[in-house]
Design a protein around this ligand. Structure first.
Ligand code: ADP
Ligand code: ZN
Length: 836
């Protein structure tokens, strides 16, 4: 770091650093900065600090010239920081600011949020490095010039110094090994005190820094007098170079010009070319062939939407747009052009996508549009690739970030635009600590940085649509598919009558089987979807299609097999599981059974000539095979994909003309007030996979509940009809967006302790809620009442006042902490997305 970058006056050097540690601890800590670190310490850099028994990487969040007056800190209790790990801050002011907001709003430890904001692997092991100083070298030379003292073999101290002089520096353990000593010797510490050696810390970044390869570039010869005489092979090298921008990797040059390395080295000697180490990026798409960049003119609605977004971006003022466009209406094209506009304006742009949506297909489309300007973050990247993408962005080499949830913390500078594709998607919610919602975080970040937000969806979340109706968001609509392609025709198949006809439960209706056969006969493709969420945990009557609801909460009761009871997971209402249906007195009460694997097997048995692949959580743990299946399906090698909801998201397969939904009822009956919304979204999305090309699509939905309003509206592709009905339900039952929610989950191995802690918390909540600003429900068993050997109970807090909700929840947490409850056994989730 250059002296010019230092604070100008020595007096203003910070004496203390306030740091956040990446542990489940809410407070920050103060450390003393040793004199050597003071001039270099920066807010946003990492600091190695003694913490408990071992050094820990912490993040500097503030620098203090002195201890603040009135602080409870005692000078002698403050420890010295050990080392500064970065010369340049890793965390930009913007990233620090948004992570602090997340930490406050979601009551999450700042250090944990900061850790989530940095690419994994950056905090790899900390190494101690020992190196010889200039003084050390000078002294060695001095003693050597005294003449070798043959009578004495040099002592360990001198040998150590000689070894260091020969090698420059060592990792401390390697040094000890080479010196054949077990631990750091006293003489080394003496050497350090005398200033002859220096000990520093650095992180061994797993990405192993940057990767290089040999590359060749043509040196400019216009200035030099004569071009040297070249052999035919050398001439070929020059021609090949010229055809490749006069700069290319050596290996490729040799292959293309059919020469060997000595030929190129010969040219290098003549100073015609230069061979150098080129820094290469581990490019996740290196070998992928990119689709040709398509250029078409926008449709009128696309053009209007883009214009509105661009106008706002020009003003550089915060605004949120809701881009509501049916599947296949060209939303992605609008995103791409808006991002290009950001680049033209000298701004950077960010696009968040759901977890599963960043398929190789979309990635390639993006790469084809933006080339090296984009940094891609997605879950198949290795740590090294992730680090490289992050670094390119940090250095400003890339100005467009595309990624899943945590990309919202990317160090993009001069951010002008944030796009959130499929904004309703639940994967924007982080499901463990630190809990945060990337969509909502993105909106807050955009407001802080005066950027424009575009929320895009075919099925906006109720909250976002509500905000658009209220005028908080600007509403943009793409009502039609590109080229006026019709939406797929959706039909419901009443499984009650199928059951009555066959006299036994069946998985496939005749209609669906016939449709699969026809589709295949025409050489077209099909997708079979099974909605597996919450499978087999609820009861359903096969005769009337009814499931059983809680009398207080209007959610489905969950079946507990162990004691054959039905339980409400919001208010703890319980009743024995009935042997007949309370609605129609039918005897065919059952809970749903088949998984994707059985369905795949049955389909293979029925249609042996079909090439089928299955995609669900089991197979997607092997990400590469999931991507391969998508690519094979896209290229027509596969006839059918069978799977769960991940099949519904964003994929664009023009040859798919049939979508079959095996059972939709499980999802509808989930004990989550959002189950109707989720099901509507799922059906609309999956229906959107059919008929995207020139062929018309057909969607068949098997259900025991054909009159359900969700199915009716999904069939008619009628979002606003669904919205009207659903929003009324939310208003009547006090659910978001009319109230805010917080969920407290209490978990412990000991069941009695869970109960006792839950009751303590409830008492603390009631006490903090004197003004009755909140409604406190529970404690009740969590839907997963036992998980990983722990018992779980939950308390739900509802309030019309977001502030009031957080005040009550936080007061109760503080009380709990004062009472000695272990906060690690209590999770506070603000704005929970999944009630399951
Ligand atoms: P969405 O994101 O709304 O599902 P896409 O942006 O993926 O829709 O568009 C669907 C298809 O239509 C894509 O293949 C895309 O290349 C094409 N497309 C988008 N806009 C246009 C346009 N203005 N003219 C022609 N084709 C378009
Ligand atoms: Zn209830």
């Amino acid at each position: 770091m250059s002296a010019a970058a230092q604070p100008s006056s020595g007096l203003s050097l910070p004496q203390y650093a306030q740091v956040a540690v990446p542990l489940h601890l809410t407070q920050t800590f103060t450390y003393r900065l040793p004199a050597a670190l003071q001039p270099h310490a920066r807010v946003g850099s990492r600091l190695l600090v003694p913490f408990g028994s071992k050094p820990t990487t912490a993040y500097i969040v503030a620098l203090l010239p002195a201890l603040e007056p009135g602080t409870s800190l005692v000078e002698t209790d403050i420890k010295d920081a050990e080392a500064l790990l970065d010369t340049e801050p890793l965390l930009t002011p913007e990233v620090l600011e948004i992570t602090r907001w997340v930490s406050d709003y979601y009551a999450a430890p700042w250090g944990e949020v900061l850790k989530a904001a940095l690419p994994a692997g950056i905090n790899a092991t900390v190494e101690q490095i020992v190196a010889i100083t200039e003084t050390g070298r000078a002294q060695l030379i001095e003693t050597a010039s005294d003449g070798p003292d043959e009578t004495n073999t040099p002592n360990a101290r001198t040998r150590g110094l000689q070894l260091l002089a020969a090698e420059g520096e060592f990792e401390i353990k390697t040094f000890c090994l080479r010196m054949a000593i077990a631990s750091v010797p006293k003489w080394l510490r003496d050497l350090e005190r005398e200033g002859l050696v220096q000990r520093t810390h650095r992180t061994r970044s797993e990405p192993a820094g940057t990767k290089t390869r040999k590359a060749v570039r043509h040196l400019d010869h216009e200035t030099s007098a004569a071009t040297p005489k070249l052999s035919a092979a050398q001439q070929r090298v020059i021609t090949t170079l010229a055809a490749n921008g006069n700069n290319m990797p050596l290996a490729r040059l040799l292959a293309l010009s059919e020469t060997s390395a000595p030929t190129v080295r010969g040219l290098a000697k003549k100073k015609v070319v230069e061979i150098f180490d080129d820094e290469v990026r581990r490019d996740p798409l290196e070998s992928a062939d990119l689709p040709a960049h398509q250029q078409f003119s926008l449709t009128t609605p696309q053009g209007e939407a883009l214009l509105a977004i661009e106008e706002q971006m020009k003003q550089r003022r915060f605004a949120t747009f809701l881009l509501h466009g049916v599947t296949g209406s060209g939303k992605t094209e609008v995103y791409l052009r808006a991002m290009r506009f950001a680049l033209q304006q000298g701004q950077s742009a960010m696009m968040l996508v759901p977890e599963i949506a960043l398929t190789p297909i979309l990635s390639r489309r993006l790469r084809a549009s933006f080339g090296d300007q984009i940094a891609l973050f997605h879950s198949t990247l290795t740590k090294g690739e992730r680090f490289d993408e992050w670094s390119r962005l940090k250095r400003g080499e890339a100005r467009i970030v595309i990624g899943t949830r945590s990309a919202v913390f990317a160090p993009a500078e001069n951010l002008g635009l944030i796009i959130i594709d499929e904004e309703h998607d639940t994967s924007y919610r982080q499901q463990d600590s630190p809990y945060y919602n990337a969509r909502d975080t993105a909106i807050v970040r955009a407001r802080k940085e005066s950027a424009v937000v575009v929320l895009g969806s075919a099925t906006p979340s109720l909250e976002s649509y509500h905000n658009a109706q209220a005028g908080k968001y600007q509403y943009l609509q793409l009502p039609e598919r590109i080229a006026s392609r019709p939406m797929a025709r959706t039909e419901l198949i009443d499984m009650r009558s199928v059951f009555a006809r066959r006299g036994k439960p069946v998985v496939f209706s005749d209609e669906l089987l016939a449709a699969i056969k026809d589709t295949h006969a025409r050489g077209e493709q099909s997708i079979i979807l099974l909605n597996r969420r919450g499978y087999s945990s609820f009861v359903l009557c096969r005769s009337c299609g009814e499931s059983i609801h809680c009398p207080n909460c209007d959610v489905t009761l969950t079946y507990h097999r162990s004691d054959r009871t039905l339980v409400c997971h919001y208010c703890n209402h319980r009743q024995p599981a009935p042997s007949e249906c309370p609605t129609c007195n039918g005897k065919y009460i059952y809970y749903v059974g088949e998984g994707t694997e059985q369905i795949e097997e049955q389909l293979r048995a029925r249609f042996p000539s079909l090439h089928i692949a299955r995609i669900d959580r089991d197979t997607t743990s092997r990400r590469r095979s999931f991507e391969q299946a998508l690519l094979d399906f896209s290229s027509g090698k596969l006839d059918m994909l069978v799977g769960t909801q991940m099949l519904a998201k964003g994929h664009d397969f023009p040859n798919v003309t049939l979508v079959g939904v095996i059972s939709v009822d499980a999802g509808l009956a989930l004990p989550d007030f959002r189950s109707a919304e989720r099901t509507f979204q799922l059906l609309t999305q999956v229906a959107g996979r059919a008929g995207r090309g020139d062929l018309a699509g057909r969607v068949l939905i098997q259900t025991y509940h054909p009159d359900h309003y969700v199915l009716r509206h999904a069939c008619a592709q009628d979002y606003s009809g669904f919205y009207e009905e659903e929003i009324r339900y939310r208003r009547n039952h006090s659910y978001p967006p009319f109230v805010s929610l917080a969920l407290l989950l209490i978990h412990d191995e000991d069941q009695r302790r869970v109960q006792a802690n839950a009751l303590e918390l409830k008492r603390a909540l009631v006490e903090a809620n004197q003004d009755r600003i909140c409604r406190i429900l529970g404690p009740a068993p969590a839907p997963l009442a036992r998980l990983r050997g722990e018992h779980r109970m939950q308390i739900l807090i509802k309030s019309r006042s977001r502030k009031g909700l957080r005040r009550v929840a936080e007061a109760a947490m503080r009380k709990a902490e004062n009472l000695g409850l272990d906060l690690r056994s209590i999770n506070l989730e603000i704005d929970p997305v999944n009630m399951l």
